[in-house]
Every structure is written in structure tokens, then in C-alpha cells.
Write a protein that binds this ligand. Structure first.
Ligand code: OGA
Ligand code: NM2
Ligand code: ZN
Ligand code: ZN
Length: 357
């Protein structure tokens, strides 16, 4: 049995307090934990405690005697009894997405840290951003990645050229329309960010379509909970095969965490392998998938825009689906690459600390 200590109306367990001791024996100066949590006495008791000018002082009882001090802000920030509601960081959007809220000038982003942070924060909240005025030069896309992280190389290269090819290994390299999708669901792990930079726009067609997959999944869950459950539970396979690659991965189309929050969407018509759900479930599974795609492709969710030469979109590839509408007429050339969102979040956090002193 653990002791319970109440500090400013928040209860804390004795083991939690012992585990989070900040003394030099328990924490390296870099902040990393030195003791092994699994080796702490599960029944550690509190012998004595008092509120101090700065927070809380605790003395743990023999035979595990130890003293800890916690500053007030630490306990407030990490309280788990009645935790303060954390500000919502995800802004779901539909076809009414305000382009202003996600659009930035490249020149400002590279010269002004506040604009750069606003750009990264927009990616975190909306899952998509657009930069204008990115020089229409081959390879500049890698400079854009350098602003927040690292490129993720794949069998498509460090970066890939989205233009019509003679013998296209992927429908992306044709002028054909592409229904809304996330890239590379056949990979493990899936690249979490994608960038597309428009060098040359088609005379006609080649319009970009975007859907917030989290919003589409939210609508599916609200309107058809059983269909949501099928896409959330049934495992499907994605596959890509060419001369030099054979990639396969299986997972659900909509992934939730154990709290039921939608955290990943995986959709790619071109690369879906034959469904192999149970015989009795197959008809309902198709119905759920088709219903979800009607929501994804429908007027409530889908936002279209035509990228101009010098535009670059950066998006969360596990959240925002992208597509290409209408056969492209005339030369069109985009460059694309993948990257990962953990480094983007880190860059934003470091920048926020720097700017806020
Ligand atoms: C892709 C893709 C979009 C476009 O290459 O995967 O979605 O507008 N391209 O060409
Ligand atoms: N390309 C553009 O995930 C996919 O297969 C979409 C990816 C070929 C790198 C296309
Ligand atoms: Zn300690
Ligand atoms: Zn794509």
C-alpha cells in the first residue's frame, strides 16, 4: 500500500513522488533519470512532509530513507489527480479551410523566427501548410526540410520527380487524376510528413485536392459508428512492387489510441492489396470503406487549390489526404520528398523556448 499525500488539493502517491525526485542522486544535470523505477520500493512510505516557500519537501521513511523537494510549478504541471485541461492543439477542418491560416511566405519563414514558428505550429494544428515564393529551382525542397528536420530517403530517392514518365512505375508519374490518399501505406513506418514543391504547373488540370482525414474519420464515427469500428478494427494490406522494390505492410485504415483518439489514417486506392477480412465481414467492410471514401472525397471535407510555380505544401501524411484532380494537360513538374514530424515538433519547441526567453 502506498501513502497518499495531498498538496494544494492534488493527491500524489508516495511511489510517484519518490520516482520523480529531482535530487542529483535521482536526476543527471541533463534532466535524465538516474535511478531505475522498477527497482524502487513499491511500498515506500512518507515519514514527514511540509509545504515550503517554493513548493513541497518530503522525507521518505526507513529503510528507504530519502529526501525530495518539488517546486510548486513542477507539481502543478504534472498533477494527475485533477489535471488542468491542456489547450487543444488540433484544429480539424473541412472544405471551408481558411488558406490564410496555413499560408506563409518562404522569404519570411527563412528570415524571421516568429514566422517560422507560426509555420511549424500551423502544421501541428492543421496538418497542412502552404509556402509561397519558394524559388522554382530543383532541389530547393531539401532546403525547406532543413528548416525543421531530416529528409526520409526511400526507394523513390532522396527526393522524387512528380512528372509524366515513359514507363511509370507508379500512377503518380502519369498525367492521370489521383483520388485522395496518404503516401506509402505499404511502408513500416510510414513517412509522417510529405512535401510537394511545384516547379511547373500544368496549363490545365493537375489541381490539388486535400482532406483532413481526422475530420473525415470523426464524421464517419459520428454518423456511422459501426462502419467506423470496421475500419478501426479490420486489418488490410498495402503493397507496392516494382523492379527494385517490394514493399508490404498491413494495418487498419483508421488507427485510434487506447483512449479512442484518432491518430492515423491510411488510405491508398492504388496500393490496396486484395482485402482479406473474414468472409462474413467482407460485404460490410466494403460498405464501410466506400462510405468513408465518399466522405473523404465529398464536398464537406475536400478542399481544392491549384498550386502555382513556387508553391510548396507540407503536410502530415498520417492525417491529411492529398490527391490530384483532372487529367493534367501540358508539362507539369513537382518535386516531392518525405520527412518526419518528431523533428518538426522538436524544432518548434526549441524555437518557442528561445523566443519566449
Ligand atoms: C503523389 C501525388 C500529387 C500531384 O505523387 O503521390 O499525390 O499533385 N501527387 O501530382
Ligand atoms: N511517389 C510519388 O505512396 C504512393 O505510392 C504514392 C509516391 C511515387 C513517391 C506515390
Ligand atoms: Zn532523489
Ligand atoms: Zn501522393
Amino acid at each position: 500500500m502506498q501513502d497518499i499525500l495531498t498538496y494544494k488539493n492534488q493527491r500524489f502517491h508516495s511511489l510517484w513522488l519518490r520516482d520523480n525526485c529531482q535530487c542529483p542522486e535521482c536526476r543527471h544535470e541533463n534532466g535524465q533519470r538516474l535511478h531505475e523505477t522498477w527497482q524502487l520500493p513499491a511500498d515506500v512510505k512518507i515519514a514527514e512532509s511540509r509545504e515550503t516557500d517554493t513548493g513541497l519537501w518530503v522525507r521518505f521513511a526507513e529503510p528507504h530513507a530519502h529526501e525530495s523537494e518539488f517546486i510548486d510549478a513542477y507539481l502543478t504541471e504534472h498533477a494527475y489527480d485533477q489535471p488542468a485541461a491542456k489547450p487543444e492543439t488540433t484544429s480539424l477542418w473541412g472544405s471551408d479551410l481558411e488558406l490564410d491560416s496555413i499560408s506563409f511566405e518562404y522569404a519570411d519563414v527563412i528570415s524571421d523566427d516568429r514566422t517560422k514558428l507560426a509555420w511549424l505550429d500551423a502544421l501541428i494544428s492543421h496538418g497542412i501548410t502552404k509556402l509561397s515564393g519558394v524559388p522554382a529551382q530543383a532541389g530547393i525542397i531539401l532546403k525547406a526540410v532543413d528548416l525543421f528536420g531530416f529528409v526520409r530517403q526511400t526507394n523513390y530517392g532522396t527526393l522524387f520527380e512528380v512528372k509524366t514518365e515513359e514507363k511509370p512505375q507508379n500512377l503518380a508519374y502519369t498525367p492521370m487524376p489521383l483520388s485522395l490518399h496518404t503516401d506509402n501505406p505499404y511502408r513500416d513506418p510510414v513517412p509522417t510528413l510529405q512535401l510537394l514543391h511545384c516547379l511547373v504547373q500544368a496549363q490545365e488540370g493537375g489541381v490539388t485536392a486535400l482532406t483532413d482525414g481526422f475530420e473525415a474519420a470523426r464524421i464517419l464515427r459520428e454518423e456511422y459508428p459501426e462502419k467506423f469500428a470496421l475500419l478501426n478494427e479490420q486489418i488490410v494490406r498495402f503493397r507496392f512492387a516494382s523492379e527494385d522494390a517490394e514493399l508490404e505492410h498491413q494495418d487498419t485504415m483508421i488507427t485510434t489510441n487506447t483512449r479512442g483518439e484518432i491518430i492515423k489514417v491510411r488510405i491508398n486506392n492504388r496500393s490496396s492489396a486484395p482485402f482479406q477480412v473474414d468472409f462474413d465481414i467482407m460485404p460490410a467492410f466494403y460498405d464501410a470503406y466506400q462510405t468513408f471514401m465518399r466522405i473523404v472525397q465529398g464536398d464537406r471535407c475536400k478542399r481544392t487549390l491549384k498550386l502555382q510555380s513556387g508553391d510548396l505544401i507540407l503536410f502530415n501524411n498520417e492525417r491529411v489526404l492529398h490527391g490530384r484532380e483532372v487529367q493534367a494537360i501540358g508539362a507539369r513538374h513537382l518535386q516531392g520528398c518525405y520527412a518526419d514530424i518528431d523533428s518538426l515538433r522538436s524544432t518548434a519547441a526549441v524555437l518557442r523556448n528561445k523566443l519566449n526567453g
